[in-house]
Design a protein around this ligand. Sequence first.
Ligand code: SF4
Length: 381
Amino acid sequence: MTPRALQCRRHLDRLASAARAIARPLAFMEVCGTHTVAAFRSGLHSLLPEGVRLLSGPGCPVCVTSQGDIDLLIDLGLDCRNLTLCTYGDMIRVMGTRGSLSSARSNGADVRIVYSAMDAVRLAAADRKHQVVFAAVGFETTAPATAAAILAAEAQGLTNFTVLASHKLILPALRALLDSGQVNFDGFLLPGHVSVIIGAQAYHPIVERYAIPCVVAGFEDVQIADAMARLAEMVRDGDKGPENLYPEAVTPFGNPIAMALLDKVFEPADVTWRALGTVPQSGLEVRKRFALFDAKIRFGLRAAFAPEPRGCRCGDVITGRCTPVDCPLFGSGCTPTQAIGPCMVSSEGTCAAWFKYGRSGRLRKVASDSSHQKQKMEALS
Ligand code: SF4
């Protein structure tokens, strides 16, 4: 056994020991798409002790983007032909009510995949007569880069660059989830990337109000196993945290420069999430002072309500109410090459990760555990 595997084994033994002492099923929720993929890729799910599960939460940026926001993007691409729509790669295949950005591109829309918001700024600077819209999604992790892009566009005097902002904030999402009354988990594995920006101390209000154990974790299998063991020990001992097990990247108060950038360019706004609905002050809107760079204002855009694809249970998957295999479309009507919901499209989506790593049978145990989850949910409802 390698030293790393040995370390992982030790954490899993700690987890098993705490779970035995608690003597009831345990579930923890990770709220970061990178944790979702890391846990699946390393096979961690299949190594968890009997009765312990790791659920996915609303941490995948593409998956939490509402159907209405996706429709808005697709309509913009289709309706405004003298415009280039720049987006991160995962967004292009997400289905809206009337196709996807990919199908819009086949129908003549100028949709381009970029790796950063600055790529879109450069595109706008290269041809100032042509409008460029950057579709900005993501949490506090990607929002500072969008803010920096707006400031760069302003510094260059660009009048042809705008942002269609669908940025989300993690703390209101956690609150909304906990307020939903359908909480079937015992602690949060907090997102490492977002925590780099907002800092570990930012979770204190969550712990104080909901008395739920919270641990900030890194992305290695060893780190995730350590965080899960710690969460189980906290449940056993009545501790809540928040604890920071990722101090090499996450400081108590985060990244003040990134936070200042966010505050300068954006202001909190009520936004709509997939599964969570409209959550007060849970998103970021471009401040009035930067209205020139706000695509919603420049093009008079407003998202309308749009239902989720028929039969798709992405909303339940990203709130821990079910696992992908509980969706009747999983693996038959919905696959990575023909995805129906965003959780199967995004590289950080739970359904995509389950499909990629779970079909070998390693996750059969996890799938069968979902009957326990159903019982727990029925008891709650
Ligand atoms: Fe949605 Fe497909 Fe996942 Fe079902 S399998 S919840 S349709 S993404």
